[in-house]
Design a protein around this ligand. Structure first.
Ligand SMILES: *[C@@H]1O[C@H](CO)[C@@H](O)[C@H](O)[C@H]1NC(C)=O
Ligand SMILES: *[C@@H]1O[C@H](CO)[C@@H](O)[C@H](O)[C@H]1NC(C)=O
Ligand SMILES: *[C@@H]1O[C@H](CO)[C@@H](O)[C@H](O)[C@H]1NC(C)=O
Ligand SMILES: *[C@@H]1O[C@H](CO)[C@@H](O)[C@H](O)[C@H]1NC(C)=O
Ligand SMILES: [Zn+2]
Length: 428
């Protein structure tokens, strides 16, 4: 009897122990998941880059009336998923294909800004904001506008200023093409302005003007040498709105160590891109692969210079487990599991970006006595084939005959139209 009772209680002990360990494991992981959600509830994410507006053009010709953004499932982003993902502010990318450079890039960018503004007005869950204060005070998902590609301003500081007035708060200096004034990381993908290296003198003027008006400088997509040149002159902190770490995947699109350290010195921020091909160089990728990029930058610079720029709807291929914008909490959970402190997580969710934005606004205030720059890009640095060449009118007006259309002979007009057609045919 005695022995049997002892055996029974031993069994009970074992069962208890196993159950105990089991619940420990379960509650351990739900702890991280719960902690992630709690943190994000009080510190909703500011994401640096989302290309939903590109998909709206590509799939629906910007016809918002045909779709319901709350539930749309042809994209990785919808309002329902943003809520689940605890996104509190989103930079929507006003992106224009490089092929439109020197053609209708300005109009296309205006139309993307239009669709972002309409979307943020039509849905009560969204609100367009244009300042750090706006992000902090809204109870809704804050909409911010980022211009993707310096070709959008058509080498015009006047156009840059007007895009700011429309609400754009960052501009990526290049996309995958060189502009007349800045070199891309995209190599020879496009034929524009081959031979441009780094930042030209006019490019430096663009940077100074962006500092003056309070437009955040985005270095994602620029070449490393362009980034270095900008870091050397910008008075305000700069961002990478959607870029990963070069040391972990050595492509020019990613950020090398010296520039990560440059960002620390500049007090800027690298908002980490989730794209599989950027974080894992075409090898399989999961949440852990992505978390390595956060750990890497944290190890090198400390956690204050890191943010999140998922690039959803801009690329195809996301790590297993992070397929759409509802999944951000899983990344936060993984970082908590790796020992990140709450304060550090709050930083990458929003405080680090807000610090940058506030400082950009402060630099604008400090520079408010400077007048708008009237610098123009030198004529020989532009490709005039698809522009109205105002130079001859200027010469005429100096001869006191004023601007007049009638003086355009048919011949240059025909060459202009022909060359535009030829360029269009060549593009693809
Ligand atoms: C996507 O949405 C459409 C209608 O809005 C619905 O018919 C379809 O079942 C949905 N697909 C998935 C995979 O949820
Ligand atoms: C970047 O600039 C350095 C110094 O001017 C130059 O030596 C190097 O070739 C440049 N890198 C590229 C990829 O052009
Ligand atoms: C991610 O994949 C690696 C192997 O590629 C694996 O060791 C690891 O457990 C995976 N992590 C997660 C969180 O799925
Ligand atoms: C970061 O540093 C920790 C501690 O030294 C190390 O274990 C880890 O492998 C590093 N992570 C990366 C991605 O470099
Ligand atoms: Zn991009």
């Amino acid at each position: 009897m005695e022995r049997i009772r002892l055996k029974l209680s031993q069994n009970a002990l074992w069962t208890h122990l196993v159950l105990c360990i089991f619940t420990q494991i379960i509650s351990g992981s739900t702890d991280f998941s719960q902690r992630a959600r709690n943190l994000m509830e009080t510190n909703p994410l500011i994401d640096g880059h989302n290309d939903l507006p590109l998909q709206l053009r590509r799939l629906y010709k910007n016809r918002l009336s045909e779709i319901d953004l709350r539930t749309i499932n042809t994209t990785r982003t919808n309002l329902h998923k943003l809520k689940i993902g605890h996104v509190g502010a989103q930079f929507w990318s006003a992106y224009v294909l490089c092929s439109a450079q020197d053609k209708d890039a300005v109009r296309l960018a205006l139309e993307q800004i239009d669709v972002i503004k309409r979307m943020c007005k039509d849905y009560e869950e969204l609100e367009l904001v244009t300042s750090s204060q706006g992000i902090e005070s809204t109870k809704k998902i804050a909409c911010l506008i980022g211009l993707e590609g310096g070709h959008i301003i058509d080498s015009s500081l006047g156009a840059l200023r007007m895009f700011y007035d429309l609400g754009a708060r960052y501009m990526s200096l290049t996309h995958t093409c060189n502009t007349p004034w800045a070199e891309t990381s995209g190599g020879g993908q496009h034929k524009f302005y081959q031979g441009r290296k780094s930042l030209t003198d006019f490019g430096a003027e663009v940077v100074r003007e962006m500092n003056r008006i309070g437009m955040i400088i985005d270095l994602s997509h620029t070449s490393s040498n362009t980034s270095r040149a900008v870091l050397a002159i910008s008075k305000a902190p700069v961002i990478f709105s959607h870029s990963a770490v070069f040391a972990l995947c050595g492509i020019e699109r990613n950020v090398p160590d010296d520039i990560l350290l440059g960002i620390k010195k500049n007090k800027g921020i690298v908002m980490v891109n989730f794209h599989k091909d950027f974080i894992a160089c075409r090898k399989p990728a999961n949440i852990s692969t992505l978390a390595d990029h956060f750990d890497y930058i944290k190890n090198l610079t400390g956690p204050e210079y890191i943010g999140i720029g998922g690039d959803y709807d801009g690329v195809n291929g996301f790590p297993e487990g992070l397929e759409d914008v509802s999944k951000y909490p899983l990344l936060i959970q993984e970082l908590l599991r790796r020992g990140w402190q709450d304060q550090e997580i709050k930083g990458i969710l929003r405080e680090n970006f807000l610090r940058v934005f506030r400082q950009v606004e402060k630099v604008r205030e400090d520079l408010q006595n400077l007048k708008a720059s009237e610098v123009e890009i030198p004529e020989d640095e532009l490709d005039y084939s698809c522009r109205l060449d105002l130079r001859k009118y200027e010469r005429q007006s100096r001869n006191a005959s004023g601007y007049h259309e009638s003086s355009v002979s048919a011949f240059p007009l025909i060459t202009y139209i022909l060359s535009c057609i030829l360029i269009t045919m060549n593009i693809h």
